[in-house]
Design a binder for this molecule. Structure first.
Ligand code: WTA
Length: 628
């Protein structure tokens, strides 16, 4: 990349009220960063000491590229930090989880109640033969039981693999089989915008070919599910029959905590593996310092725990800080576009973390919706998942934050586990720029050889030193893990393109590979293509991301048909339905175009970038390898 960009800091930036800085956990970015650079291990060690461990570490970090070990030989259980610790630090009766259902139902669990449910359920899982190291798939709607299930796994050392409830049977089956899950925890149904999602039916379809699964635990969400038969167990009964107070399994810092699948640019999704100790320290630190969590905050991250944002900033990070976590099954515009703002007002939400897609959707509906509600409880706003474009930043800042709340635009990934780049509270915010590496992280923008590029020049976003919550491997495919560290010499390659300004602020431009970020969700072109090709009428498929004002990117598919098949509106609808069933609604192309042939290289690789250039009416660049 040699493109240059106009990136001057002085043009447009916002200065937050300096009172934020006076009380922030990181009051002075520059000195915190200097402290980190002077003694990286000491920096992380000091943070780790704020947490509860069974046994301390021998060494803070061991780095044999591309493998890092953090807090070696330390023993811990993350749930002691998320639960037990708060029974004695004054948070026992504080709400841990405040839940709103799709139809407005509500439930609150205090830290004491959450502790009891988690330890009961953990005892129940153990009684079913689930133990340390076993993989457990969790495929649930956004209900408190989803979090109970995750923490119960962690309590006994089982490795959870949460699959987002919007995925279809094909995607679920692939994830169950890749992880070799011994048990699956699900619900009969979920609700979305008043409609029923038949989760259990999808599970049954996935389980038709998932031999590792011995137990299926089903939450009777509707209240009218038929009692589970065969390998089925009722969630509520299991909870009821089990005693509270399950002792926390003693985990090594490097034991796996969970696997979470993320789309790869080629081939099957990757099972990203995170471990207990480093992940705990990284998510605790960033939750506390980036969002500046204080005792009386009400914390709402709108992500589903099915994604990494939910793992790190709905479940583990916030609970480790002892804050009150708001979760809702509801969608931002149901029953009307004021739904989220009503919740902010009713619950007194002070920290609000969402995705640019949602912000752009709110913008489209207009200021009148947020203006109906009192949003004065808000203190800090966050954004994640894709670039927060300047228009959306301004709107979020002014209309939602009342020109009073700092915005933390956090760049990170499933693989990084925690926030990596943002603007710490109290520092000048520059719309369009995520910001600088958080203290503890060394990030840069470089060329293919790893040389830093000058400000204003585009390049690859890389991380130069290991960090505690980095992924340790790709489940069952360590070679794929190694590619992150050996693509650009000496660096972790994030796969994003970025540009820096002369003050070190980083603007993330988007993916450098074949991933499409649709409404904040990572979709691999390869996955959608293979779903399309698995339809009997389709010969070949190529999928591209097309800029979309609302979703960031929309999926457009080009397909060629098998001989004897012809294009029709019915076929287009059937293909969309097929992708929905295989992968789920997020992966359905918004446009399907029929083609006689697809552009390919001489070696037979489909040249998506040629299709994309044609679609956008731009120069396709080097096409010397094109077939003809
Ligand atoms: C993109 C989500 C710009 C990026 C936490 C990254 C962002 C991918 C931002 C990871 C941001 C995430 N600004 N782009 N603030 N945050 N991304 O694994 O392309 O679902 O590589 O993790 O989302 O997506 P993932």
């Amino acid at each position: 990349m040699t493109e240059t960009f106009d990136v001057k800091l002085d043009e447009k930036h916002y200065m937050p009220d300096q009172r934020f800085r006076e009380t922030a956990w990181t009051p002075d970015y520059a000195s915190a960063y200097r402290e980190f650079l002077a003694d990286p291990e000491g920096f992380w060690e000091m943070l780790a000491r704020e947490l509860d461990w069974f046994e301390p570490w021998d060494r803070v970090r061991e780095w044999t590229p591309p493998y890092a070990r953090w807090f070696t030989n330390a023993k811990l259980n993350i749930t002691r930090n998320c639960l037990d610790r708060h029974l004695t630090d004054g948070c026992r009766d504080k709400p841990a989880i405040v839940w709103r259902g799709d139809a407005g139902e509500s439930r609150t669990l205090t830290y004491q109640q959450l502790y009891e449910d988690v330890t009961r359920f953990a005892n129940g899982l153990a009684a079913l033969g689930v133990g340390k190291g076993d993989r457990v798939c969790i495929y649930m709607p956004l209900v408190p039981e989803q979090i109970v299930a995750m923490l119960a796994c962690a309590r006994i050392g089982a490795v959870h693999s949460v699959v987002f409830g919007g995925f279809g049977a094909g995607a679920l089956r692939m994830r169950i089989n890749d992880a070799g899950a011994k048990a699956i925890i699900t619900a009969d149904v979920g609700y979305r915008r008043g409609k029923i999602i038949p989760l259990k039916e999808i599970v049954d379809e996935a389980l038709a070919d998932a031999p590792s699964v011995e137990t299926v635990i089903v939450l009777n969400r509707s209240g009218s599910a038929t009692p589970p038969a065969g390998r089925g167990v009722d969630f509520a009964k299991l909870l009821e029959q089990s005693a509270p107070g399950c002792p926390a399994e003693v985990m090594d810092a490097e034991d796996p905590l969970f696997i979470l699948y993320t789309s790869g640019s080629t081939g099957a999704p990757k099972g990203i593996v995170h471990t207990c100790g480093g992940y705990m320290v990284g998510t605790y630190y960033t939750t506390k310092h980036v969002f500046d969590v204080k005792d009386n905050d009400i914390f709402w991250c709108t992500a589903d725990p099915g994604w990494i944002t939910g793992h790190s900033y709905v479940v583990y990070g916030p609970l480790a800080t002892g804050t009150t976590v708001v979760i809702t099954e509801g969608t931002p515009d149901y029953p009307d576009p004021g739904a989220f703002w009503k919740l902010v007002q009713d619950l007194g939400v002070s920290i609000f973390y969402t995705a640019p897609t949602a912000i752009r959707m709110f913008m489209k509906h207009g200021e009148e919706w947020p203006q109906k509600y009192n949003l004065s409880s808000l203190r800090v706003l966050g954004s994640v998942g894709e670039p927060l474009n300047p228009e959306a930043f301004e709107w979020y800042y002014q209309v939602i934050g009342g020109s009073r709340c700092p915005i933390v635009d956090t760049w990170w990934q499933t693989e990084t586990g925690m926030h990596m780049i943002t603007t710490m509270i109290g520092d000048p915010m520059k719309p369009g720029f995520a910001g600088k590496p958080v203290p503890g992280v060394v990030a840069d923008v470089v060329d293919r050889e790893g040389n830093p590029v000058p400000p204003g020049t585009g390049g690859f976003l890389v991380i130069k030193e290991p960090w505690p919550s980095m992924m340790r491997t790709v489940h069952g495919n360590d070679e794929r893990y190694c590619t992150y560290w050996n693509t650009i010499p000496g660096c972790y390659t994030a796969g994003d393109l970025a540009v820096k300004d002369e003050n070190g602020y980083i603007m993330v431009l988007g993916r450098a590979d074949d991933l499409i970020v649709v409404a904040g969700h990572n979709i691999g072109t390869a996955e959608v293509e293979s779903a399309l090709v698995s339809h009997e009428a389709v010969a070949e498929a190529a999928v591209i991301g097309k800029p979309d004002p609302l979703k960031g990117n929309a999926i457009k598919a080009f397909v060629t048909l098998c001989t004897g098949c012809s294009q029709s509106d019915e076929l287009t609808a059937a293909l969309a339905k097929h992708v929905r069933e295989e992968l789920g609604p997020v992966a359905v192309p918004s446009e399907i175009e029929y083609a006689d042939r697809l552009p390919k290289t001489r070696s037979g690789k489909i040249m998506r970038r040629v299709l994309k250039a044609r679609e956008l009416g731009v120069d396709p660049g080097d096409i010397s390898t094109l077939e003809e």
